[in-house]
Every structure is written in structure tokens, then in C-alpha cells.
Write a protein that binds this ligand. Structure first.
Ligand SMILES: [Fe+2]
Length: 227
């Protein structure tokens, strides 16, 4: 029961983060220590990724919004879904840093040192959509390998179906001009800053390690909430 409540509370925190009215965006607290995901993600990468990269996105997003105080009552998801209408002088900053803040906040929530597995409902949907769990993983890994340069791979719900998509840079499927929009239920950061210290150029090994630390309970929770 405590476990279920913890997940519900974390989902609520994320929903507040992306939809709530805030004067300033803040770096959300990590729910685990920097070394919690060792050996799959090393503690130095976690520390730099969270406390340097993510913090910089938050700071730069706040600096951009400071230049247009009329946007201060908007939540993060509202800013991103309305990205094409953001004033031109800060549109790229909001896209890159608002996207970076959204994507990383989402990503941290999807990682855990605990062993988890998908709910029956989610597993059924994955098998129905991709043939088998192994085929789904293979397709996700292929999309991660195919993303040239920096970006993200996502599992989204679109028109009621699960779909794997990838986005460049800090773009994501909730952005108003995303070519493939949907509700994210899972994501993987494939920027080199996410894996280079441990895996160097071997993105494939990092992606395979991701399955060991993916919080399937969280993915199931998100799928159940939106489906
Ligand atoms: Fe990242």
C-alpha cells in the first residue's frame, strides 16, 4: 500500500511540475542517491547530469521567462504545447531549456534501483502493439541507435495506441509542433552526457543497461492514468 501511495505521490509531483502555476521553475528532488543506479549508471554521471545539466536548463528557462513576465503564470506543459506562440526572442530558449527541464524531470522519475516489471495491462498492450516484449525492446533500442547526435527516445500513447518515437535535442512529443505528438509514458535520454563517462561511444550498451533500472511500475502507472 505504501508503495502504491509513493507512486501516486510521485506522479502528482510530476503533474504539478508540468501543469502547475509557478513563479519560477525549480529542480525537482531526486528520489534516489547518485550511486543508487550503479553499475548501470555511475554516480559521477548522475551527479553531473542532474546537478549541472538539469540545473542549467532550469536556470536558463527561468532567465528566459524573466524577459516575458506575462508568461509567468504558465505551467511547463502549457509553455511547450504552445511553443509556436512563444515570443520569438525567447522561443528557442524555452524550447531547449523548457524541453530539457520537462524531459529530465520525467526521466529521473522513470529510473529505480529496484527490480520492477510491467503491469499485466501494459504488457498486454506492448505485446499487442509490438508482437512481444523482446520485439518492443529491440525496436526501442533501434530507435535509440538511429537518433543521430543528441536526443530522446519515447514510448507514447497516441490515438489510444503505444508508439515509439524519437526527438532531436530537447524536443519532446508534447511540443505543439512535434511531428508525432502523444502522451509520454517512458523516455530515454540518449545525449552523450547521459552515458559517455561509463560507456564512451557505446550507446548500445547504455541502452541495454537501461532495462535493468527502468521503473516499470512508473511506466505502468502512467499508462494506466492516460489510457
Ligand atoms: Fe540529459
Amino acid at each position: 500500500m505504501m508503495k502504491i501511495n509513493a507512486f501516486i505521490n510521485l506522479t502528482a509531483v510530476f503533474m504539478l511540475l508540468v501543469s502547475g502555476v509557478k513563479a519560477q521553475f525549480v529542480l525537482p528532488a531526486l528520489q534516489y542517491s547518485y550511486d543508487a543506479l550503479v553499475p548501470h549508471i555511475d554516480s559521477t554521471t548522475m551527479r553531473i547530469h542532474y546537478s549541472n545539466h538539469h540545473r542549467t536548463y532550469v536556470n536558463n528557462l527561468n532567465a528566459a521567462i524573466d524577459r516575458h513576465p506575462e508568461l509567468k503564470n504558465r505551467g511547463l506543459e502549457e509553455l511547450l504545447s504552445g511553443i509556436t506562440a512563444i515570443p520569438a526572442d525567447i522561443r528557442i530558449a524555452v524550447r531547449n531549456n523548457g524541453g530539457g527541464h520537462y524531459n529530465h524531470s520525467f526521466f529521473w522519475m522513470l529510473l529505480t534501483p529496484k527490480q520492477t516489471k510491467p503491469s499485466l495491462k501494459l504488457e498486454k498492450a506492448i505485446v499487442s502493439g509490438f508482437g512481444s516484449m523482446d520485439s518492443f525492446k529491440a525496436e526501442f533500442e533501434k530507435a535509440a541507435a538511429a537518433r543521430f547526435g543528441s536526443g530522446w527516445v519515447w514510448l507514447i500513447v497516441s490515438d489510444g495506441k503505444l508508439k515509439i518515437v524519437s526527438t532531436p535535442n530537447q524536443d519532446n512529443p508534447v511540443m505543439g509542433d512535434a511531428p508525432e505528438k502523444g502522451v509520454p509514458v517512458m523516455a530515454l535520454d540518449v545525449w552523450e552526457h547521459a552515458y559517455y563517462l561509463k560507456y564512451q561511444s557505446n550507446r548500445g550498451a547504455y541502452v541495454k543497461a537501461f532495462w535493468n533500472i527502468l521503473n516499470w511500475d512508473r511506466v505502468s502507472d502512467l499508462y494506466n492514468a492516460y489510457r
